[in-house]
Design a binder for this molecule. Sequence first.
Ligand code: FES
Length: 132
Amino acid sequence: MGFFKRLFGICQTASPADDGCWNFENGKIEIQLDRAPEIKNQGGAIRLEGNGSPERVLVIHGRDGQFHAYKNRCTHAGRRIDPFEENESLRCCSISKSTFDYDGSVISGSAKKPLTPFKVEQDAGKLTVSVV
Ligand code: FES
């Protein structure tokens, strides 16, 4: 990622092309996987914002084959997070590049506190993320 993108905190992960693939209700986000091709393969990710959700959420299909979700705010200064290349890790889009494990623990960078992971359940073509 380039310097200016990092300077302005522009993350790599996009919103889903089909915004109707997800909804927020009763503290949970539900994602219809057949409408979210961005997370079909390992390494894929989407960021979910709005739709009544109280949190910005990053959902990834991890290199470990599992789905993971996080509060999409770096604990250093609140910038968004992206999956980090081929590794099983995440990286802040800011200049300081804080890097985290899939469990949210800090690996390196300016962040001192872990990311907030959310519980993810998969059932019959649907992901449910418990946000609150
Ligand atoms: S906001 Fe993430 S390292 Fe500064």
